[in-house]
Ligand binder design. Structure first.
Ligand code: FEO
Length: 407
């Protein structure tokens, strides 16, 4: 495995081949927790790893240098998948100061006993000279925690970007040009949708700031390092942060006795038009992770639920709760579903769509017990309307409902 980013700058992280869950996010391709060692007149460790892998990290450092020679441990992000190993690491590096911003110091003290740690608090614009190279700090609040920070090495045009531009992707390779680009971009999209999406406004601001940096390599805290396809990942982040929709209609549903399923398939048939990507997603045959990823760049979403106990099907409720938290912005939404002797399912869907401030052009479409031919005709017509809207939105780069990056 080639671990060397630049002369005397090496990857010392952990590849987690078997992890399949990251607090509810399906990590189908595993994950990596990236840490980097910058050896110069003074040596700095950039980020750490999850707690169980701290000894492996220390072993990788020891293979390159004496542990007593590490002078700085930079913590760009306090979340435990990176900072969980810090107590073990700080105990093993007797001469190291922990370098982080003020909010990170507070967060670390709330996760760990930091009383014995030498702390060096930095803020945007501060620098630490290692000798030939410099560490330059840029706070990136809410991308995606309050204390998040980038570390830039101008002499190497190297950006340590913490979670941003990352992917949950276990591989024996370390660089973007050593693996299929389609796979990396698929995982980068899944990562953005499920971790970063609520913070599009902050990402857009950050991209403006980083445009002023001369970047030749981006080393995130997860997945492969960007050295060949930097413009590809930067453009993708810009598109996602700007909520640019594709001509894409999703029909997402859960159904009890297939009445809502029949409606969903009729909507799909109406939406299946030239130039429009239409997808049917049965919630219990899919996952929160995949659904959020598909919603990220969809222009229109038809969401259906049968009525169960005067409300939503439970997994439909889970998906809507998850989506509402991720705050996908600028979609056109439409609620539909069936009911028996009481209503409740489609109405509850509609409340979620409105709570997300999507454009909701019509009231929910409902069927009692079984959709009649007239109801199915109406479903097809709504599908056609959503396809037309999706085409227009993608062509004009317009978004529906709340405008992109509005608070
Ligand atoms: Fe990879 Fe936000 O931790």
């Amino acid at each position: 495995m080639n671990r060397t980013l630049r002369e005397n700058i090496d990857w010392v992280g952990h590849v987690d081949w078997t992890v399949r869950d990251f607090h509810g996010y399906d990590t189908a391709r595993g994950a990596t927790y990236n840490a980097y060692l910058v050896r110069d007149d003074q040596t700095a460790l950039i980020d750490a790893v999850k707690a169980p892998y701290a000894d492996e990290l220390l072993g990788s450092i020891a293979a390159l240098t004496d542990l007593s020679g590490v002078k700085f441990v930079v913590c760009n992000h306090a979340e435990p998948d990176h900072a969980g190993g810090l107590p073990r690491v700080m105990a093993a590096l007797p001469n190291a100061a922990l370098v982080c911003d003020k909010k990170c110091a507070t967060a670390l003290s709330q996760h760990h006993d930091t009383t014995g740690w030498k702390m060096r608090i930095v803020a945007t614009g501060d620098t630490i000279s290692l000798g030939r190279r410099t560490l330059q700090f840029l706070e990136t609040p809410m991308v995606h925690w309050p204390e998040s920070m980038f570390t830039y090495v101008p002499e190497e045009k190297l950006l340590f970007s913490m979670d941003a531009f990352g992917q949950h992707y276990a591989t024996s390779q370390r660089f973007d040009d050593e693996v299929p680009l389609g796979t990396v971009m698929e995982e980068a999209k899944i990562y953005y949708a499920n971790i970063v999406m609520p913070f599009g406004k902050q990402v857009a601001a950050l991209l403006k700031k980083t445009a002023g940096l001369d970047i030749g390599m981006i080393a995130p805290a997860h997945g492969v390092i960007w050295r060949k396809h930097i413009p590809v990942i930067l453009e993708a982040y810009q598109n996602w942060a700007d909520c640019r929709p594709k001509p894409k209609v999703l029909v997402i549903y859960d159904t009890m006795w297939d009445s809502t399923g029949r409606m969903a398939r009729a909507i799909l048939a109406g939406a299946s038009q030239p130039g429009v990507e239409a997808q049917l997603i049965h919630i219990r045959h899919s996952s929160l992770t995949r659904i959020a990823t598909e919603v990220l760049d969809a222009a229109a979403v038809a969401f259906g639920s049968s009525t169960l106990n005067q409300g939503l099907m439970p997994m439909a409720g889970a998906v809507l709760t998850y989506l509402k938290g991720l705050r996908p912005v600028g979609k056109v939404g439409f609620a539909f579903g069936s009911h028996g002797w009481s209503g409740g399912g489609p109405e509850a869907v509609n409340e979620y769509l409105r709570a997300m401030k999507w454009e909701v052009p019509r009231e929910p479409l409902k069927a009692q017990y079984r959709p009649t031919p007239n109801v199915l005709d109406e479903c097809r017509a709504v599908g056609g309307m959503l396809a037309e809207k999706a085409r227009e939105m993608a062509a004009d780069r317009k978004v529906g409902g709340r405008q992109c990056n509005e608070p």
